[in-house]
Design a protein around this ligand. Structure first.
Ligand SMILES: Cc1ncc(COP(=O)(O)O)c(C=O)c1O
Length: 368
């Protein structure tokens, strides 16, 4: 028996199925496995970080984030989401990931049920389990949207419901009607809504609707990571009723102290500066979405046209998924995202149009 002992709740966790894939494929592999923008961070954001370093802004910041950034996030909510928050309601974190972790740590007691879409973003179940909660996947309908009626049934007695629109891995955007129905039902049944809106700017036809419009017990999570192509800078935030913030802050100050000072100044430039790059990235993702959707449809693969984020979730079947990966097209099998979609694969279109065309060409040779 090994002398090394680990906590049962961590030992029981699996490594993310996506990370494992980073090592797959030879030099000729086409990578559609990655969940991050392939764009570079816009220059004015980089310049703000460089200026912060030069100005010696390299020490700890207030635990909740620099006041200017918390204010800029409130202004962003006003401008983009028509929601009013005060800086005291904002906590700046090390990416959306830390924000999700803090919420689970502060709100989930052992055994509490935490609901999230299944298939869904890999971290929800893991973070709920790390908090001692019981992760419960909520099924999607055949269009890959949350099945609202089943979600309501599962909500009775639950502690949290994690909403994610636009969604990873499905690319689905929930309708205002569904979001309103879920939030109102949660409100009536004492379930707190956690809404993960990190892909809000990458929607191609519909409109983004923030869940916080429809209830008081709603926690909004967002990040600069996807919107401004800043995954490595590690800036996210929580916006919540003011009395929540000290609870999150307790975990944050002991585990993290503060988000990186330099990145906070970069995020300040992102939220207060020119938003043109975001629109340009959205238009490029749209063109790629169209290219991939028509390419795969042309091969006879049938799936709902992705509405947002930068993923297509495609029922390819296990055989074709395996052949694709063996054939040097890196895609993520559905089981990485939960238990309900083993025959699907997530194809990320956060890569060049040229790569997408090559991937469709290679797949054509594999489809019987
Ligand atoms: C739905 C969703 N939420 C949150 C995150 C985490 O983002 P961050 O890099 O800001 O921690 C991701 C990253 O892939 C995501 O897809």
């Amino acid at each position: 028996m090994s002398k090394h002992r680990y906590a049962a709740r961590v030992r029981a966790l699996e490594m993310s199925g996506i990370r494992k894939l980073f090592d797959a494929g030879g030099p000729d592999a086409i990578n559609l496995g990655i969940g991050q923008p392939d764009f570079d961070t816009p220059d004015h954001i980089k310049e703000a970080a460089i200026a912060a370093i030069r100005a010696g802004k390299t020490g700890y910041t207030p635990n909740a984030g620099i006041p200017e950034l918390r204010e800029a996030i409130c202004a962003k909510f006003e401008r983009e989401n028509n929601l009013t928050f005060r800086p005291e309601q904002i906590l700046v974190t090390a990416g959306g990931s830390e924000a999700l972790h803090l919420v689970m740590q502060a709100l989930v007691d052992p055994g509490d049920r935490v609901l999230f879409p299944d298939p869904g973003f890999v971290s929800y179940a893991a973070l709920a389990a790390i908090a001692g909660g019981q992760p419960v996947g909520v099924p999607l309908d055949e269009t890959l949207h949350i099945d609202v009626e089943q979600a309501k049934e599962l909500m009775d007695g639950a502690r949290l419901f994690v909403l994610n629109s636009p969604a990873n891995p499905t690319g689905a955007v929930e309708s205002e009607e569904s979001i309103r129905a879920l939030v109102e039902y949660a409100d009536d049944h004492g379930v707190t809504i956690v809404t993960d809106e990190v892909y809000e700017h990458f929607i191609y036809e519909k409109k983004h609707v923030s869940a916080a419009h429809f209830g008081d017990d709603v926690i909004t999570i967002n990040a600069t990571s996807k919107t401004y192509a800043m995954t490595g800078w590690r800036i996210g935030y929580i916006a919540a009723p003011e009395e929540h913030i000290p609870e999150y802050l307790k975990v944050h100050q002991y585990a993290q102290a503060c988000a990186t000072s330099i990145s906070q100044y970069a995020a300040l430039a992102a939220y207060t500066g020119d938003q043109g790059e975001v629109a340009r990235m959205r238009e490029e993702y749209r063109a790629r979405r169209d290219l991939l959707y028509s390419g795969l449809s042309g091969l006879g693969l049938k799936f709902p046209r992705p509405e947002g984020a930068f993923y297509a979730f495609v029922p390819m079947g296990r055989n074709l998924i395996d052949k694709a990966i063996e054939g040097g097209i890196i895609i993520v099998p559905g089981e990485a995202f939960g238990s309900r979609a083993p025959d699907y694969a997530r194809l990320s279109y956060a890569t060049s149009r040229e790569n997408l065309s090559r991937a469709v060409g290679r797949l054509a040779a594999l489809v019987e």
